[in-house]
Design a protein around this ligand. Sequence first.
Ligand SMILES: [Zn+2]
Length: 190
Amino acid sequence: MRPSKSRAYCKDAQRFKIFFKTENKAQNFIKFNHAEMIEESGFAPTRCYYCIACDGWHVSSSRRFENAANKTELVIQAFTAETLTVNHIPGTSTEDAIQKKVTTKKIEKNNLFIQQEKAERLLQKISQRIQTISLLLDKKSDKILIYNLIHESQRLLTKNRAPGFDTQIDEFKNLLHTQKAKANHIFKDP
Ligand SMILES: [Zn+2]
């Protein structure tokens, strides 16, 4: 009656165990073999339990863990608990994630605003410089100052680009280019 054929390696028990497809079959095994096995070895299965790793039933003579979860179940329980905890930790909840996204967006928007403000201030400065260069060119004086102002302005315009200011930056670059040509014409060696 002992079904030696249905022994299978149980990953949970980490040894070969008799495997039953149904609880009923496992209970029948205990019922019909208990006495004989006790007689033979002094040990006999007294209970059966569902094994989540084998998706079937095993019998056991141990009463110790009768109501305890098996190893696989414990792993699953631990995993589930961990997953639930993670999902409910403040700062990782959906609301907090949305809040974080909003904050990030605000920072990005703020950064863009700062960048644009910087660009505006720079363009104002360059605009004044272009006027100064114009006056100096009219006076045909201060060659070194004129070239310094032109080159420094060109450098600043190339270095500081901000979204939405490209047209104005290019316009100023063109103006500076024209002023440099004019300066070259004025200050060319006779
Ligand atoms: Zn098993």
